[in-house]
Write a protein that binds this ligand. Sequence first.
Ligand code: GNR
Ligand code: NI
Length: 170
Amino acid sequence: MAKRTILKLGDPALTMKSEPVAGIDADIRTLVRDMIETLHKAPGIGLAAPQVDVRKRVVTVDLSIGEDPDALYALINPEIVQREGKCIREEGCLSVPEVYEKVARPQKVVVKGLNLEGSEVTIEAEDMLARVFCHEIDHLDGKLFVDYLSPLKRSLIRKKFKKPEAKKKA
Ligand code: GNR
Ligand code: NI
């Protein structure tokens, strides 16, 4: 297992759309293992492949941060097939460290995707779990939570990440 480097705001790779995974091979399994290690070590509750510089539609989510194996999801080609309600809560991102802002998300979503065995799985997620799945799937489409903020807030945050000391910290 190997921890990978998490890209930070300002890196153009974070704005690109990721490609669907065509087949679950050894590369994908290694990627998922590395993503889980990177996620737990960060620590964070979700990680999308583009954050570790891989433009493939793979996400990992673990609200328990390694405490509960049943809380760990690794999904290939995930899609939100149903959304319900609305919930405004503070959100953060490992690619935008130390920034927390309120973002509106559906209260409940149904997510479909493939597990590592290639079987289709359906997950009904509410509240924080729904939020993290939405956040990770946004990453696959090159979208960050700061894109939901006002242009003023967004430009202030972007400026902060252009400073050399912000890069060094990463
Ligand atoms: O670790 C994370 N915490 C978090 C908190 C509120 C809403 C979303 C998240 S996801 C984030 C990890 C991350 O950046 N995943 O892409
Ligand atoms: Ni993120």
